[in-house]
Design a protein around this ligand. Structure first.
Ligand SMILES: [Ca+2]
Ligand SMILES: [Ca+2]
Ligand SMILES: [Ca+2]
Ligand SMILES: [Ca+2]
Length: 315
């Protein structure tokens, strides 16, 4: 089995992280139309704590309320959003947990903490902290050489958009990195920047079994284009969706790309600028398995190397 090196992961752990340049994660109330940009009103993220780390950790949520600043109103703010933290055996391992739809046994593992937020000024533009959690309360995953926790965010009432961020911290009151920590998801639901000059990124990890990659994106509102960069790819243009539907693009893994991350770059349309654009993206391999996006890319941000060229990978 492939063991992944997280050795370079010394950067900070906001989620989304700095290299992603994604302003907010996004989850709408379950009475919203999907044309607002959320396909299923459910977001799952995983946190990875390196096995060497033994002190308590905290999962902090910025702006967990749906009201006041940052959030997207639809009529009046009447949305409830639940945040649930899972650990224990089977928190990550079952297929339903690694899927992209809130179906089956996706809430697997032990429920460690839970809170529901409405329109509440106490948590507006401020932090709420879950924890402390002992790292061994997570699920030990050999492949990731660490303990994994899961957070599921769901809009259980209303029709407004909750925008928020996470931070994996060693401190309940401040954002302090867990050295070597990381976070990953199989489906990314997020808000794009309003400024058309900003470029956002996600970094799907290509394991050693992948020979092809399919990206699917939802409700992109034809906002610019997606470019794929890797050690072997200079900026291949991939398809974006229009309003309220999925588009997809499948391409072969090239030599040099396995066991590294791809850089999917989201270049916004310059004019007219698309504002408040909520989108969803997933990436699968040829088996239909969803590929994880680590917020701190495994192997670092990939840079195109001219000498590698474009040769399909030999498997
Ligand atoms: Ca509303
Ligand atoms: Ca708010
Ligand atoms: Ca919010
Ligand atoms: Ca959209």
């Amino acid at each position: 089995m492939l063991l992944v090196s997280f050795a370079h992961n010394t950067a900070a752990q906001p989620v989304p992280a700095g290299d992603e340049n994604i302003p907010y994660l996004m989850t709408f109330g379950n009475r919203a139309e999907t044309s607002w940009g959320d396909d299923d009103f459910s977001l799952t993220f995983f946190f990875r704590i390196p096995k060497e780390y033994t002190d308590p950790v905290y999962i902090r949520i910025w702006d967990p309320d749906c009201g006041g600043d940052h959030d997207e109103i639809n009529g009046v703010f009447d949305t409830q959003t639940t945040f649930e933290i899972f650990g224990g055996e089977d928190c990550w391992e079952p297929d339903d947990a690694k899927g992209i739809n809130p179906v089956g046994n996706y809430k697997s593992g032990n429920l460690l903490a839970f809170k529901s937020f409405g329109d509440d000024s106490r948590y507006d533009n401020d932090w709420y902290t879950f924890g402390p959690f002992n790292p061994t309360e997570g699920e030990f995953v050999d492949q990731w050489q660490g303990y994994v926790f899961k957070i599921i965010v769901e809009g259980v009432e209303g029709d407004d958009g909750n925008l928020y961020r996470f931070f994996l911290s060693t401190d309940p009151d401040n954002n302090r990195d867990v050295e070597g920590g990381n976070a990953f998801a199989y489906e990314y639901s997020f808000r794009m920047h309003n400024n058309p000059n900003e470029v956002s990124h996600i970094y799907p990890f290509v394991d050693d079994r992948a020979i092809s990659v399919k990206q699917r994106n939802f409700d992109w509102d034809n906002d610019g284009l997606i470019r794929i960069v890797s050690v072997a790819r200079m900026g291949q243009i991939s398809s974006v969706s229009g309003e309220d539907h999925w588009s997809e693009d499948e391409f072969a893994v090239l030599e040099g790309e396995a066991t590294k991350s791809l850089d999917l770059q989201f270049h916004k349309k310059k004019s007219p600028a698309v504002r408040n654009n909520n989108v969803v993206i997933t990436v699968q391999n040829q088996y239909g398995e969803y590929m994880p996006f680590f917020v701190i890319p495994i192997g670092g941000v990939p840079k195109y190397k001219y000498s590698i060229g474009v040769t399909p990978q030999k498997n």
